[in-house]
Design a protein around this ligand. Structure first.
Ligand code: ATP
Ligand code: MG
Length: 585
């Protein structure tokens, strides 16, 4: 196939879009692949659509190869099934809700567990029908709080979602594994460097889950990995409570004056000046910091929560979000403090927390604040702190919460060595949902003993439109896009950089021959200057360029590799062979 650039619906832009934060966004817009309609919502132009369709084709091939069957559900859905599973409320503001002319509530599907569960329940009733895996490649809607980075976080986006149905746990484990293997093949073919990490299941519910993260600094996810092979999204890292320490000989808790120490740094300075330990300096890690938050349930109900953690660590907002989902937390405001007079800002201690009266503030602590550990913490009075307050002796929290930030060098929870932190883009997510949706929506089948059993399910997503952006992000440079062969809209771009007849004839012939061997060719036949053509070729990012220019009078053309920057002059007659070598065709 040959497409003439003079005919193609595309305009390259000289300026970055105003909202561009990441390179892929900048170049996909400037190269005329996508156009923004409104925040988080994009139109696909011919070049972009070709890449999207190539990603879809890879995903489709691998899903078919593992035995999943393609279906397609509507995006516009009734409220009822989502009401039944609780997600009509739990999805909160992320759900696009609307109303039809009869005043019935509708939604735009953010993900389709409910619909697939109902469909299978409608049609199947026996264990003999299972296992079953169904998938669709379809448009999803989420009213994201922060649509960002172009296609990376859209409010409308393309997802491949699949669902497995099994009669027992062993079946689910096998379906999960088959999806996992298919995902490995998909992301290998997309040419992304990725990691498979332990994940949390968020609003989805269910148990085991893993994410496929493309390792890229532009990602919004942080993950950890150890030399021994532990890998997890920071949201999913669980820190085991340290074993209890014997506190028989621990010094008694003592309240001391620490005027003007509402921050950890000011407190540590006063401790070392006024109450030296003797054995070593006090550090922030000796202090117990109590952070108070207002938690809002999806129903709108609110309750106060205090989190106790070592003073040298902050609460990680993403770990907090994951731990509380579907509820959400916000910092305490003046009005909240006014409603809880026992809480003295800057000096909050366990003494004022977790008590029944006047209005209970639930008190959860970091796993490092385990039984027998000793702390300096607020005395619930202005300018005073307690030394040697021992967990389990002097106070008993309501439980643990694992939301402190993870740090480079922290030990892996499985003892496999120190953790390194890096950023990634979530490309895929696989879940063992279990029976939650099947139970809620009554999906049961007769097992081999004629007994009705609830089906167990898995749910598996790939961000298809996000993948276009992630590959662009991983491959672009300061000159433009640089697609891998398998995803490029055209594998070869032919440029003619002179006006004479022989040059255009040669370019035309070469384009024809390249197309003849099965390559998709973009032919820059425009009456533009060589400079413009070279720049555009780099911006558009086809993997190979064939330049017909001044060299032609010596019988040579230039073959350029966009990704390695390599350039080679070859006799006209050998140009096709040279390109075939590079493309493997
Ligand atoms: P994230 O944590 O990035 O918000 P998620 O965990 O909410 O994603 P899932 O519900 O697991 O996403 O959806 C499956 C896949 O769909 C994700 O792995 C991701 O690749 C893609 N995806 C999710 N949200 C978006 C979005 N707003 N824009 C583009 N792709 C998305
Ligand atoms: Mg996810």
């Amino acid at each position: 196939m040959i497409t003439r650039l003079s005919q193609l619906f595309v305009r390259t832009l000289r300026d970055d879009p105003a909202d561009a934060e990441v390179s892929s966004h900048r170049w996909l817009v400037r190269a005329g692949y996508v156009r923004r309609v409104t925040p988080g919502i994009y139109s696909w132009l011919p070049l972009g659509l070709k890449v999207l369709q190539k990603v879809e084709a890879i995903v489709r091939e691998e899903m078919e190869a593992m035995g999943a069957q393609e279906v397609r559900f509507p995006a516009l859905l009734p409220r009822e099934p989502y009401e039944t599973t609780g997600r009509w409320t739990e999805y909160g503001e992320n759900l696009f809700r609307l109303r039809d002319r009869r005043d019935a509530d509708m939604l735009l599907g953010p993900t389709h567990e409910e619909m697939f569960t109902l469909m299978v329940g409608d049609l199947y009733s026996s264990y003999k029908d299972l296992p079953l895996s169904l998938y669709q490649i379809q448009t999803k809607y989420r009213d994201e709080a922060r649509p960002r980075a172009g296609l990376l976080r859209g409010r409308e986006f393309v997802m491949k979602d699949s669902y497995s149905f099994d009669v027992d746990d062993a079946g689910l484990a096998a379906s999960y594994q088959a999806h996992r293997d298919a995902y490995i093949r998909i992301f290998d073919r997309l040419g992304l460097e990725y990691v498979i990490v332990k994940a949390t299941s968020g609003a989805m519910g269910g148990s085991a889950s893993e994410e496929f993260l493309a390792v890229l600094p532009a990602g919004e996810d942080t993950f950890v990995r150890s030399p021994g092979g532990y890998a997890a999204n920071v949201e999913a890292v669980t820190v085991a409570p340290a074993p209890a320490i014997d506190f028989t000989d621990a010094p008694e808790a003592t309240v001391v004056d620490t005027p003007g120490t509402p921050t950890i740094a000011s407190l540590v300075a006063v401790l070392n000046a006024e109450y030296p330990r003797g054995d070593r300096e006090w550090t922030a890690a000796d202090t117990l910091k109590n952070v108070v938050l207002k938690v809002t349930e999806p129903t709108g109900e609110t309750w106060p929560l205090a989190i106790g953690l070592p003073g040298d660590r902050e609460v990680d907002p993403k770990r907090l979000e994951a731990a509380l989902a579907p509820a959400e937390a916000a910092p305490f405001e003046e009005a909240d403090f006014a409603a809880h007079l026992a809480l003295v800002k800057g000096y909050i201690g366990p003494g004022a927390l977790g008590k029944e009266s006047p209005s209970k503030v639930k008190y959860l602590v970091d796993p490092r604040v385990s039984s027998g550990t000793s702390w300096v913490t607020g005395a619930d009075e202005q300018g005073r702190h307690v030394l040697h307050l021992v967990t389990g002796r002097d106070f008993t929290p309501d439980g643990f919460i694992d939301v402190a930030e993870m740090r480079e060098g922290d030990p892996a929870p499985d003892g496999s060595g120190p953790l390194a932190l890096a950023r990634g883009i979530e490309m895929g997510h696989i879940f063992q949902l279990g029976r939650k949706y099947a139970e809620a929506l009554g999906l049961k089948v007769l097992d081999s003993n004629g007994k009705l059993v609830t089906v167990t399910m898995g749910s598996y997503g790939v961000g298809v439109s996000r993948a276009v952006a992630a590959v662009a992000e991983a491959t672009c440079d300061d000159k433009g896009l640089a697609w891998p062969l398998e995803l490029a809209p055209y594998q070869v771009q032919v440029l003619v950089t002179g006006k004479d007849q022989e040059m255009s004839q040669t370019a035309e012939d070469l384009a024809g021959q390249l197309s003849g061997v099965g390559l998709d060719v973009l032919y820059d036949d425009r009456k533009a200057s060589p400079g413009v053509k070279f720049t555009d070729a780099e911006v558009l990012g086809m993997p190979i360029a064939v330049v017909v220019g001044r060299g032609l009078k010596n019988g040579v053309v230039e073959v350029r590799n966009r990704r390695t920057g390599e350039r080679r002059e070859v006799p006209v007659a050998e140009a096709v062979t040279a390109v075939r070598e590079l493309t493997g065709r």
